[in-house]
Design a protein around this ligand. Structure first.
Ligand code: SF4
Length: 462
């Protein structure tokens, strides 16, 4: 009876859980206003990431590529970056922020993106675009190191490093959301507004659930401005909700500008949302209002209706971004479920020191496995060949065939989720997220009870 943390033993990856670092840097970039990233590599490094984002959000947005070809891959392709910056600035008069995101190929050939940024700053930006405010930010995201999660973390830190500027201290709170959905941002803003807290929500992608308006505008943009990023150095504190997706930037602000930081917990479930609100209170001195106590009560009531009767003892496998997986596991435990397998898709050495994983190791009283550097075969193989019995899978759409083939109910959660409508609109954080998640888990199990004719009569008398 223990919780064991171990790395995948097999070499190679079968059906990866994550994609590569540039994807994470691109996800952070879409949260910035007047920003279009240039991904320095082959076109596929943008095309396939954009496709994932578009499938997930069902929205249009813009990311550029330096479109490296064979000659560039052999002789260096920095000229392509110079051309790409020029074309982007000519075509988009509003663009101010251009991250230059490297990829595996351009890191291997050793293209000096820092050098080309200096050259462009001294040259074309002065000569041709001297009347414009333009910031080029090099980001080194080789795909052979880390994953999309570390790419997001790195990009968030690079943006903050590039802009944060000490000035007069404000009453504002920095909130680094991590890799979330528009619905999560809406819920976080709601919690902060109920607490009457003035916060800068960073890398803010709420508008990626965008309306179709009569003027036919159809391109989504992030909402975090240059002024927001500059002001991060003057905030009363930073809360980074996710340890691995924004934690480094929070530490940077603390070390460089003495802005105190609280990293985590990911506010999934009632107790983690309680902690988040207590942390907000700690920084701002604002009390938690009765309206939120009531929302909490409604969520607890909804969860009480389903927990012991339907969820207790259900065995769950969870895969995806580490903060999400750990937050979901903690929430499942609160719902009396048994998360038996957690799959984290990269080999971040920090997982072993994560206090939340340590707490799982100390407190879980049944067999649980946490696999790092995992792929989806770790899940499929255990089900098909090692007798792993599951009542539920929680994860993104890339694992859908494991659920379908093995007739295991699955709730889509995380990134990307493209095979169910509108999931990006619903929060998994906050009290609303806890209620939504708990009820979706229950409804997924109810549908399975009907499908397998397994005690479905209970639903007639519940
Ligand atoms: S950075 Fe490398 S792994 Fe990622 S999309 Fe480009 S070629 Fe593929």
């Amino acid at each position: 009876m223990s919780c064991e943390v171990k790395a995948k033993e097999r070499a190679g990856v079968i059906n990866p859980i994550f994609t590569c670092q540039p994807c994470g840097a691109q996800y952070a970039s879409i949260g910035i206003k007047d920003c279009i990233a240039i991904v320095h590599g082959g076109q596929g490094c943008v095309m396939f990431v954009r496709l994932l984002f578009s499938q997930h959000f069902k929205e249009s947005f813009e990311i550029a590529s330096s479109s490296v070809h064979e000659d560039g891959a052999v002789f260096g392709a920095l000229k392509r970056v110079e051309q790409a910056v020029d074309v982007l600035l000519m075509r988009y008069p509003n663009v101010k922020v251009i991250p230059i995101i490297s990829t595996c190929s351009t890191e291997i050939i050793g293209d000096d993106i820092d050098g080309v940024v200096s050259k462009l700053n001294r040259g074309i930006l002065k000569e041709k675009y001297g009347d414009r405010e333009v910031y080029l930010i090099p980001m080194h995201t080789p795909s052979f190191k880390g994953s999309m999660v570390s790419g997001y973390d790195l990009a968030v830190e690079e943006f903050v490093k590039a802009f944060a500027k000490k000035d007069k201290i404000t009453e504002k709170l920095n909130l680094i959301t991590g890799w979330v959905n528009p619905g999560d941002v809406t819920e976080l803003k709601h919690l902060l507004s109920e607490m009457n807290v003035d916060a800068t929500v960073l890398f803010e992608i709420e508008s990626f659930d965008s309306p179709l308006m009569p003027d036919k505008s159809e391109v989504s943009h992030g909402n975090t401005t240059i002024a927001d990023l500059q002001g991060t150095a003057n905030a009363i504190g930073t809360i980074a909700l996710n340890r691995y997706e924004g934690g480094k930037a929070a530490e940077y602000l603390e070390n460089e500008f003495q802005v105190p930081a609280i990293i985590g917990p990911t506010p999934i479930g009632i107790r983690n949302t309680d902690t988040f609100l207590q942390n907000v209170k700690k920084f701002t001195g604002k009390p938690i209002p009765q309206s939120l106590v009531r929302e909490r009560g409604i969520a607890i009531d909804a969860l009480t209706d389903i927990t012991h009767m339907f969820l207790a003892g259900k065995r769950v496998a969870i895969y995806g971004n580490p903060d999400l997986v750990i937050g979901l596991a903690e929430f499942c435990l609160d719902l009396e479920m048994k998360p038996v397998l957690l799959l984290l898709g990269d080999d971040n050495q920090g997982y072993n020191k994560d206090p939340r994983i340590k707490a799982l190791k100390e407190n879980v009283n049944y067999d649980m496995e946490v696999i790092t550097n995992a792929d989806l075969w770790e899940l499929e193989n255990r089900i098909k060949n090692e007798g792993l019995e599951l009542d539920l899978i929680l994860g993104h759409s890339k694992g859908r065939f494991i659920a379908i083939d093995n007739d295991i109910p699955m709730l889509r959660v995380g990134f990307p989720t493209y095979d169910r409508a509108g999931l990006y609109r619903y929060p998994v954080v906050g009290y609303a997220g806890a209620m939504w998640l708990g009820e979706q888990i229950a409804n997924t199990l109810f549908t399975d009870m009907e499908h397998k004719k397994n005690k479905e009569w209970v639903l007639n008398v519940w």
